[in-house]
Design a binder for this molecule. Sequence first.
Ligand SMILES: Nc1nc2c(c(=O)[nH]1)N[C@@H](CN(C=O)c1ccc(C(=O)N[C@@H](CCC(=O)O)C(=O)O)cc1)CN2
Length: 293
Amino acid sequence: MQLLDGKKVSDDIKNEITAEVQKMKEKGEKVPHLAAVIVGNDGASLTYVGSKVKACERVGFESTLVKMPSTTSETELLKKIQQLNEDDTIDGFIVQLPLPDQIDTQKVLMAIDPRKDVDGFHPENFGKMALDMSTFIPATPFGILELLERYGVETKGKHTVVIGRSHIVGRPMSILMGRKGFPGNSTVTLTHSYTKNIAQITTQADIIITALGVPNYLKAEMVKDDAVVIDVGITRVNDDSEKGYRITGDVDFEFVSKKASFITPVPGGVGPMTIAMLLKNTLLAREQKLLKN
Ligand SMILES: Nc1nc2c(c(=O)[nH]1)N[C@@H](CN(C=O)c1ccc(C(=O)N[C@@H](CCC(=O)O)C(=O)O)cc1)CN2
């Protein structure tokens, strides 16, 4: 079994981005600027936006964190998005998800200027992705593709089973794995809460990508020998550690890792790749803006 080490690969990517930023500085160009909007006080979301800001500092990007109270109305958030769309100093921005119940997420994502949509969630960018056109690929699926590519995991002609059909991970992942090229050219089955006999499907998979958020859901008996297992689940389970919780994936790692050929750990697998690929999309947004000016 080989570990797909997202921590190491994300560090490599950040070093590559740092070198690109250095070149920009030497040419007297403005460095990329990412803004992140967070509404409310959800502990995990605050951790993730904090990591995004820290990652920007590390690679030499500018960053802006916009914190809004949990009582923010949809109108107020849409106004903030309009400001960020019009702010020429900002190359790309994200709205941290999930949003509070009073806000229509789809309406918010559609309000983001597609040229600044470094999460790749706007329908225009999502459509381009599905049509194999150049665009921002959502950071988590993009990170998974990068891990598969850097470890040389064969995907052509393989059967990939994706568990979970969220707009952030499962749905785009199922599209990307079936696209032409590498990584891709895979035969994809997208499973979800209405799928019957899921173990019958997963035991036939060469590659399993699970994004459910149910700790230890994928058991060894659901996986065939030598399968590639990608764990996108990140659940905080309360314990008596100093932090008060530990991070648990969807995969029963202790036993599944004994059967898998490649597997991502949690933590230290897909999570850090998400942050690295957001930086990559922000660099792309900056470069595209330079090309147009
Ligand atoms: N606007 C967005 N919202 C959300 C996204 C997203 O891509 N865009 N994805 C997730 C959360 N997420 C990024 O925002 C994210 C999740 C996890 C990690 C990560 O590094 N996890 C670590 C563990 C961190 C911890 O201690 O909690 C790991 O797996 O090693 C980074 C980013 C939902 N919302």
